[in-house]
Design a protein around this ligand. Sequence first.
Ligand SMILES: [Zn+2]
Length: 261
Amino acid sequence: MNGDGGLFEKGHVVCHCLAIETGDGLVLVDTGFGIEDARDPRRLGAFFGLMNAEPRAETTALRQLEALGFGAADVRRIVVTHLDPDHSGGLPDFPDAEVHVLSTELDAALHPVLKDRLRYLDVHWRHGPRWVRHDAGGDEWFGFESVRILPDLDAELALIPLFGHSRGHTGVALRGGDGWLLHCGDAYFNHGEVGTPPSCPPGLRLFQSLNAADGSARKSNRDRLRELAARHGEEVTLLCSHDPHELEREQARAAAATATG
Ligand SMILES: [Zn+2]
């Protein structure tokens, strides 16, 4: 599935979220699965059962933040790349947070067309999140369209629409001390896809084709990301949601940054 292990071994994927400390609380980029999903994985529906998803309470965003000394109320804002259950599962764990999302994605999830009815699960928004809609169209960012969000915050954050995987899928760009970090969500699944020359394990290639809302938009955005990595790799670090290698790489980078102060 992801190029490691044997043909009949289970593939290992992760849900890579970001927590950003600002002068006004934490911003979470994506939420992964939530506490209730870990308690009762059946609520994730047949698809995730089939995928052998194993949500665990200790790896939820909430429990990991608690281990760092934060509480649910410290997360004031959440930015979601899209609203698939493996990205929205933690929304009920932060019921008071604003949830920033592209309008196209919110409409697709709240009023799903027949094809999307199994994709979006309303168990993750029955509590009535404080949605904040954003519309595509705005500034230019390395050749991509970008929507600057939270302008009053001391963190520079922008949505970079990357439609295809879902109807209103977006990347989230964050400017850090040493350049930009672009969380690409599910715009690609394996680091090889944005490498030169590109590569992708066959299982993941098939999986992505099957569950794309718009296959040609997905491929063209993935190709644009590869070009971005090739041309601006010094200034922009790309990561996606489900690649365990990228998670390890970023955790090592964060640990090194903490060690050097
Ligand atoms: Zn996903």
